[in-house]
Ligand binder design. Structure first.
Ligand code: NAP
Length: 264
């Protein structure tokens, strides 16, 4: 299937690492132009160089996205370079463990700044360009929005709000033909996930206890599997899909718990 995204300019926040980097690679493989926006600019630069050496095109913009002005700058710089924006993939985030007991009001607000506000701010600043291109927005949320995790009020509420905004924007942007969808990953091995795993006394035991509960294959989802869905959702092949929340998780959230440990 030709996704028909050749030459499309798509901003991926947090595109230097993990799921974001997987999405950036997939977009570039399909001939799109990913703009890697966020921290870890060195990793972003390496990824961009790799894509360019392979004959593709990409761009990196170093930005701490919890600063509103930086979101505006990312959009301006993208427009200066390419004069168009066809898609926004809001992906940057951190599971920062601000709980009811472990946290406090200031830490809770700071967590929303890191995880939620830039999703709105990026969409806000991209909107005039997305209207021109009839582009698409994709929000990377998390299963924690619907399952909870414990001890992470800031992150979980940001992830829930991203789902609400997906529906809200899908409605608001109908007149412009701009589609808005969300992906909910569950368990994907990335630098963020590894950091979280290492907070447990026995990370291997923890990962074994998680993967045995993932119905399809008792394994984690790969970042490439999230990326394929992401590229599809922002592509011309998904022109009648909007307001959807898609679980790419091997059935982790929805299938019967009794399936735990059942062989393929
Ligand atoms: P990751 O490995 O930490 O990669 C995220 C990238 O985003 C990093 O480069 C990070 O910079 C950057 N970033 C984070 N917050 C930023 C900010 N405020 N400003 C600029 N850059 C920022 O994370 P990941 O696991 O790929 O997660 C990506 C998304 O998937 C997140 O929204 C997460 O909630 C969601 N998700 C992941 C999983 C999973 O299993 N991995 C499950 C559910 C949902 P640094 O390198 O400097 O930290």
């Amino acid at each position: 299937m030709d996704l028909k995204i050749k030459g499309k300019v798509i901003i991926v926040t947090g595109g230097a690492k993990g799921i974001g980097a997987g999405i950036v690679r997939c977009l570039a493989d399909e001939g799109a132009i990913p703009v890697i926006a966020g921290r870890s600019a060195d990793e972003g630069q390496r990824l961009m160089n790799d894509i360019k050496e392979g004959g593709g095109e990409a761009h990196v913009i170093a930005a701490e996205l919890s600063v509103v002005e930086n979101c505006r700058r990312v959009v301006e710089e993208t427009l200066e370079k390419y004069q168009r924006i066809d898609g926004l993939i809001n992906n940057a985030g951190i599971n920062d463990g601000v709980g009811l007991e472990s946290g406090n009001p200031e830490a809770f607000c700071a967590s929303l700044e890191k995880n939620l506000y830039h999703y709105y701010n990026m969409a806000h600043y991209c909107l005039p360009s997305l209207k021109e291109s009839k582009g698409a927005i994709l929000n990377i949320s998390s299963k924690t929005a619907v399952t909870g995790q414990g001890n992470t009020s800031g992150y979980a509420s940001a992830k829930g709000a991203q789902l609400a905004l997906t529906r809200e924007w899908a409605v608001e942007l109908l007149p412009y033909g701009i589609r808005v969808n969300a992906i909910l990953p569950a368990e994907v091995m990335t630098p963020l996930y590894e950091k979280w795993l290492n907070t447990f006394p026995d990370p291997q035991k923890k990962i074994d206890s998680i993967t045995k509960n993932i119905p399809l294959g008792q394994r984690m989802t790969t970042k490439e599997e999230i990326a394929s869905m992401a590229a599809y959702l922002v592509s011309e092949q998904a022109l009648h899909i909007t307001g959807q929340q898609i679980y790419v998780d091997g059935g982790y959230v929805h299938l019967d718990r009794a399936l735990a440990g059942v062989d393929e």
